[in-house]
Design a protein around this ligand. Structure first.
Ligand code: TYD
Ligand code: MG
Length: 452
């Protein structure tokens, strides 16, 4: 009997060790090293070892390389296509990560049902019946979509060979296992090996492959970090499970920009593309409420009007509470310190709560001014006019700083019927005519003056 070979892998970063140790020397995490059974594959799964060594490539002059044939597959989903950079490149590997229950399987099944090409959806998580039931809710009539429930890569490749699909979807990489490695599915060595086989398959047959990946509790894709290096594109599907909005973001993209963003709304019949997100992110209300302000932000290349809500109340305990949902808590503390020091607000004895509506998280610094305005409004308990909006960053000395592509934000605000937008005095604006009033401010005191 062949001797069983084992190696030690760090479950956090995927580094390999000859023996067990308490701390991983490469990522410095404690207690993450575990033993896994491996066996060197005698032959590879995807039948290509030989063809790879025969097909050696030659150096080419860069201007002789032909890119016109970088064919892209239309996924029949504008949001997904845009995030990928205009459709899916043939032979590429895309990894979609996200929290459990966020809708990864739903999104990819929906794409499998919509797409015009022949598609194979491999699931290691659900039965064919379960998938069929879900498909009936989404789009019951599709005749290009094949469902396979299988987890062994050898069998999957066998089916692929006989079916010849034009795109393969795998739900999920953590459930796959290869016969040549003996450790259990989801272990570092299995994930690494199965992904290598899929890459080989994708590159050789020019078939695009979409993989679903689970994430760990701190938000990284489960498995070795190297997984993200191996694939061409890493997408993240995120959102608050209690809200209906889902955001598709590219974390890495070899064929397009990572600035783009897709927005979906989870409905009873699957995910609906949201082509004009601003209109839904601003809540409808009767009359004006204190503590609300609207920010003109940009997500990717798309302007997005977002509502910020603040609640300032007297602190009951000695240490005031500060809590932020959808906004960086450290940044909130910084803005409060600026208000205290530069504008003389005594917020040190107040609880401050901040919330971005719609369950989304904003990184764009242009939201700062709206956050400040919402806090001021709640503190004074006076509502801001509901047709005001804000787009500027606030600096440590209370200066209002310009933000990128301010004109695009102004146009979006104008389109949605806002009457006034507050921007930095130093913003370069060359818009000729606009019906919206552009108020330029340079210091935090100016904004206080304007609003009171
Ligand atoms: P799912 O795709 O199974 O999540 P993941 O694969 O990321 O774990 O999504 C499950 C959730 O989506 C579930 O809580 C119900 C919801 N859902 C809808 O609201 N409408 C639908 O049409 C479908 C199919 C799912
Ligand atoms: Mg799933």
């Amino acid at each position: 009997m062949a001797k069983v070979k084992t190696t030690f892998f760090c479950q956090n970063c995927g580094s390999q060790y000859a023996k067990w140790q308490g701390q991983c020397t490469s990522c410095k995490e404690w207690n993450t090293i575990a033993e896994e059974v491996i066996q060197k594959p005698e032959k590879s799964n995807w039948k290509s070892e030989s063809s790879i060594s025969i097909r050696t490539s030659k150096p080419l002059k860069i201007n002789e390389i032909d890119t016109s044939q970088e064919a892209r597959l239309d996924l029949q989903d504008n949001e997904f296509n845009r995030v990928l950079g205009g459709g899916m490149v043939k032979g590429s590997l895309t990894l979609l990560g996200g929290e459990p229950g966020i809708g990864k399987s739903t999104l990819l099944l929906q794409i499998a049902l919509q797409i015009k090409n022949k598609v194979l959806y491999v699931s290691g998580e659900e039965s064919q019946k379960q998938i069929k039931m879900r498909a009936e809710r989404i789009n019951p009539n599709s005749n290009n979509c094949y469902i396979l429930t299988e987890t062994k890569t050898q069998n999957i490749f066998k089916q692929i060979e006989s079916l010849q699909p034009e795109i393969v979807i795998i739900d999920s990489i953590q459930t796959l296992h290869s016969d040549y490695i003996e450790s259990s599915a989801g272990s570092i060595s299995q994930i690494k090996d199965c992904t290598t086989e899929l890459i080989k398959f994708a590159k050789e047959t020019a078939t695009p492959v979409l993989l679903i990946g689970h994430i760990t509790k701190d938000g990284h894709i489960a498995g070795p970090k190297i997984l993200e290096h191996m694939v061409d594109t890493v997408l993240q599907f995120e959102g608050d499970r209690n809200h209906v909005f889902r955001i598709l973001r590219a974390k890495k993209n070899r064929f397009g920009s990572t600035n783009e963003l897709g927005i979906y709304e989870m409905q009873g019949s699957g995910l609906r593309e949201v082509s004009n997100p601003s209109e839904i992110l601003i809540s409808e209300k009767d009359g004006e409420l204190s503590g609300n302000a609207v920010a003109a932000t940009l997500e990717g290349l798309r302007p997005l009007m977002i509502e910020v809500q603040a609640l300032v109340s007297t602190a009951v305990y000695g240490t005031p509470q500060r809590s932020a949902t959808g906004f960086n808590a450290k940044r909130l503390n910084m803005l409060l310190a600026v208000l205290e020091k530069r504008a003389g607000f005594r917020l040190g004895a107040k609880d401050v709560f901040l919330n971005i509506t719609g369950g989304i998280t904003v990184d764009d610094p242009a939201i700062d001014l709206a956050v400040t305005a919402a806090i001021l409004s709640s503190n004074a308990d006076e509502a801001l006019p509901s047709d005001y909006c804000f787009a500027a960053e606030v600096g440590l000395s209370g200066e209002i700083r310009p933000v990128q592509r301010v004109e695009q934000r102004i146009l979006e605000a104008e389109k949605l019927g806002f009457s006034t937008i507050f921007v930095s005095k130093y913003s370069k604006i060359s818009l000729k005519e606009s019906s919206i009033v552009i108020k330029k401010v340079s210091k935090i005191e100016d904004i206080v003056e304007h609003l009171t």
